[in-house]
Design a protein around this ligand. Structure first.
Ligand code: GLA
Ligand code: ZN
Length: 674
């Protein structure tokens, strides 16, 4: 539980009272209570108000906000406000301001506009965090802490260059080793002293043209940002060791290695902003990824919009019922909170048209407020029932930030190669089957899974191939795809034939890689039926030209000079089986292939439901909760079986065939047989 002081689903979001006169605050409290809000995040971007000058702090206004919240029975996640430093600070200490990838020194403005390696920034940030902790440690409203907001600025300033040199030295020890790890003899990049190491930016184009360096710079920026977080984390923990401290991760997740970041937070926290064109499975994938960051522990849904965003090209309203449905989806996949950005809609600035619980109308008689209040009432009824419960999965999808960066830094074989797209295609098939999935790291313990999929595993870091081999040898089923096993942790090709260290487990070797033009397609001709798969399926993007080394071909290419050569293989390795998909097939193939594998391993959904209905399960002790989410606009019928269960949403008993309205939800707790 985030804090036993409030044994309930946390429901609320970012509150920015400093944008409003105090008369409004009382009205806010009335509306919060009406909507069933029990926690707000405050003060999110108020550093300039909390510290108007270097030697002056002003907490009195925040005292009044927190007291008012406490009087109204509303809790606070206190945010350290350090994502936007005051203007006076940037002016007096310009070294805080970052240098962007183009080499431009930034001036003060926007937010998250600081160099993560600035000592001055870190000192000021830790001081503010400590002062907040000391002042509010015993405040009845305080529940947990948020540090900063959506970290993710890459900086290329002289301080970062210095720190990067130290980081490289610590990682590789000697100049010779750096030359080796970065293969600097390529294009005459060899260095002879540490100060010859340059940051890879648009000034030298090494951010695009020299992958081993660019890759390490992203690792270094992750580490620098983690240090920024830890700097405040420690200041807070010294004062309130028992309260949870986190930071909200941006929904755009490529920037920082979040598996690594998650090792330093008490609880994962993320902001969910699906775009209208996103498949629901992508949203589900991100939830599973967030749950996976700390090995399956529940997490905080820190932000979502109750209605629309403002920063997309087209800002479609969430249709009636969608906000509620997406909120339950978060809970279904492992969140213990439902939070919004933001509580009251700003009246000016870039976010003036971003949705909020309280809109510009300023009262409760709006569609959005009504939906928020309905959800608030439902969550109150649900209470603490499934808090801290876990998802049990027999299928794992491997995910890795180093791999993500390296694939997309690669020059060739295709500029259309997107890691997330490839992972999501396989995840989508699992999502449609309603099979529970864990997202795991390359070094995770795989032994508890019956099926492990690692689409586009381009990079095998030390130990990755061994982990996979051990898993398959002991009876696991493993799937990977084209352009895998290509490089080591420094983006050096593993010589001797692709897929490098995965050759043995897969029983193949790849000789050539064909990067097809966007309009070009090939076909995968099944050599015989595989589950429901038969005939020919379209494929494109990449075609690997491979040789069998013990594996058998399950499908062959339909066309081109490699027609008839294998494009889908299966290899027995020890007690297990490893499959290789050598091209990028159309979704129906992936759906059928994943279904075949799940059927083979006896992996099933917790409940049979019609298409478009998402099912998950969370368990704790002897209690089991089945979430049923109808993403269809129209009603469906679902057979719950004869055993009685209790629906937490409607607080009624259900059994047998039930009708679930469009976008409606059930949370079924199995009745214990006494
Ligand atoms: C991010 C930020 C919030 C807000 C929202 C708007 O998630 O953390 O402060 O700007 O975007 O969508
Ligand atoms: Zn910097």
């Amino acid at each position: 539980m985030i804090n036993p002081k409030l044994p309930a689903i946390l429901y609320g979001g970012d509150y920015n009272p400093d944008q409003w006169p105090e008369e409004i605050w009382r009205e806010d409290m009335r509306l919060f209570r009406l909507a069933g809000i029990n926690v707000v995040v405050v003060p999110v971007f108020s550093w300039a108000k909390l510290q108007p000058a270097e030697d002056r702090y002003d907490f009195e206004w925040l005292d009044r906000v927190l007291d008012l919240l406490a009087e109204n029975g509303i809790y606070a996640c206190i945010a350290t406000s350090t994502a936007a430093q005051p203007a006076w600070m940037s002016v007096k200490y310009p070294e805080i301001l970052p240098v962007d990838v183009h080499g431009r020194k930034r001036t003060h403005g926007k937010r998250v506009n600081f160099c993560p390696n600035s000592k001055v920034y870190r000192e000021f940030a830790a001081r503010l965090a400590r002062k907040l902790a000391e002042r509010y440690k015993d405040h009845p409203a305080l529940l947990y802490w948020r540090v900063a907001n959506e970290y993710g600025t890459y900086c290329y300033c002289d301080t970062c260059a210095q720190e990067f040199r130290k980081w490289v030295q610590k990682r590789y020890g000697t100049i010779e080793e750096v030359n080796r790890r970065w293969n600097l003899s390529f294009w005459g990049h060899t260095i002879h002293s540490w100060d010859e190491i340059m940051v890879p930016s648009e000034l030298n184009d090494d951010n695009k043209w020299y992958q081993p360096v660019a890759l390490d710079y992203l690792r270094f920026m992750t580490d620098s940002t983690i240090e920024c977080f830890v700097n405040e984390y420690q200041a807070i923990k010294e004062v309130t060791p028992d309260l949870m401290v986190s930071t909200n991760i941006s929904g755009y997740i490529k920037k920082l290695d979040q598996f690594k970041f998650a090792e330093y937070v008490d609880i994962v926290s993320w902001d969910n902003y699906p775009q209208p064109q996103h498949r629901m499975s992508l949203v589900a994938f991100k939830h599973d990824l967030m749950r996976g960051l700390k090995g399956g522990r529940p997490y905080i849904l820190a932000e979502q919009t109750p209605s629309s965003q403002n920063w997309q090209p087209y800002n479609l309203l969430k249709r009636p019922g969608v906000m509620r449905l997406l909120s339950y989806q978060a809970l279904a996949r492992g969140a213990d909170t439902v939070m919004f950005f933001q509580m009251r809609q700003s009246k000016a600035g870039v976010e003036k048209l971003h949705g909020a619980v309280i809109s510009h109308a300023g009262h409760e008689r709006t569609r959005v407020f009504g939906e928020c209040a309905q959800l608030g009432a439902e969550l109150k009824n649900i209470g603490a029932s499934f808090l801290d419960s876990r998802v049990t999965a027999k299928v794992a999808v491997m995910f890795d930030w180093d791999n993500w960066w390296a694939v997309e830094l690669s020059s060739g074989p295709s500029r259309d190669l997107q890691y997330l797209d490839q992972v999501e295609k396989y995840y989508h098939a699992l999502w449609k089957l309603n099979v529970p999935v864990d997202i795991v790291r390359p070094d995770s313990d795989l032994s508890k899974y019956d099926l492990v999929l690692a689409p586009l595993l381009y990079m095998t870091k030390p130990g990755t191939a061994e982990n996979i081999e051990n898993y398959v040898r002991e009876g696991g089923t493993f799937v990977t795809t084209f352009f895998s096993g290509m490089v080591d942790e420094n983006d050096h090709i593993i010589l001797g034939g692709y897929p490098g260290e995965l050759k043995d487990v897969l029983g193949i070797w790849v000789e050539e890689i064909d990067g097809l033009l966007p309009e070009m397609k090939n076909g995968m001709v099944m050599k015989g039926p595989l589950g429901e798969l038969n005939g020919t399926y379209e494929c494109g993007l990449i075609c690997d030209l491979l040789h069998l080394r013990g594996a058998e071909a399950l499908a062959v290419y339909a066309a081109d000079f490699y027609a008839g050569r294998p494009c889908l293989t299966r290899n027995q390795f020890g007690k297990g089986t490893a499959y290789y998909v050598a091209s990028d097939p159309e979704q129906p193939f992936i759906d059928g292939f994943v279904k075949y594998l799940c059927d083979l391993k006896g992996i099933k959904a917790p409940l049979e439901v019609p298409p478009g209905v998402e099912v998950t399960q969370r368990e704790k002790e002897s209690r089991r909760f089945t979430f049923v989410l109808n993403h269809n606009e129209t009603a469906v019928e679902i057979d719950l079986g004869e055993k009685a269960c209790f629906d937490l949403v409607t607080q009624t008993e259900k059994r047998g065939r039930v009708r679930l309205a469009g976008r409606d939800v059930l949370i079924l707790e199995e009745q214990q047989s006494s």
